[in-house]
Design a protein around this ligand. Sequence first.
Ligand code: ZN
Ligand code: ZN
Length: 267
Amino acid sequence: MRVFFLGVRGSTPAPGDQYLRYGGHTSCLAVAGGDGVPTLILDAGTGLRDLAGLLDGQPFAGAIVLSHLHWDHVQGLPFSAAVNRIDARVTVYLPADGDPVAELRRGFSPPSFPITPDQLEGDWSFSVLPDELTLGEFELQTARVRHKGGQTVGVRVTHHGTSFVYLPDHDLGEPDPAARALSEGAELLIHDGQFLLSEIRPFAEYGHSSVERALAFADEAGVGELILTHHSPGRSDDELDALSAALTRTPGGRPVSFAAQGRTVTL
Ligand SMILES: [Zn+2]
Ligand SMILES: [Zn+2]
C-alpha cells in the first residue's frame, strides 16, 4: 500500500518561505492499495485540496475517516476539487455518540460556515466510525485515544497483513493503554510530534505529544518505524531539518523521520 502525506501541520496552515520544504497544509493522508488511486483518506485538513493531483482529473470514490472534528482535521472537506463535485462518491466516518451529520454540522453550518455537510456536491454519506471496519482491501481498527476537547480516535490500517497506525493528535502525558494496544507491532507509526519536551506548557495544555515521548511510545509499542507529523505551525524547515538530523532513531533503534507534504511511503 502507498501512503501519501498531503498535510502535515497541526492547528493552522503554515504559509511562508520558511515552511516550503515540509509544507503548510494541515492534517491529511491519502492511502492507495497497490498501484491504484487513493480510495481511503485519513483526516480532511487543508491538505485534502491536493488530493485532486493524485486522481488525474477523476472524482474521488472512497472513504474519508476523520480522527476527530477539530478545525485542522476537517477544514479541507468543502475545499477539495476531488471530493466536492457532482460525480464524487464519498463515505465519511467520524467519531460520534449520536447522529454523525448533526455532530459534524455543529461546526459546519451558518454562521460558522456557509453550507451544511448535506450541501456538498456529489454522493455523500456520513456514518459513525466503528471499532472495526472493512473498506475494500483495507481493514481498519480504531480506538479512542487521549487528546483534548471531544472524542479523538487513532486508526490502524491493514492491507494484506501490513499495518500502519495514525495518531496525529495524542496526549502522552499519561500512559494510554488503548493507543498502545492499537499500535502494537505495526510496521509504521505516524504520530503527533507537535511539540518538544522543552515546550512543556503548550503540549500539556493543548493535549498533544512531545517528539521525545513519541519516540519512547514507538519503542514501547514495538513498531517498525516512526514518522512524526502534525508539526507545530511555527516549526520552520530549518528547525525540522535540525530535528531530523539529531533524531534519526528511537532510543530502541527504530528509524525516525519527520513527515513532509508530498512524501509517499510504500509499505
Ligand atoms: Zn490537530
Ligand atoms: Zn485535535
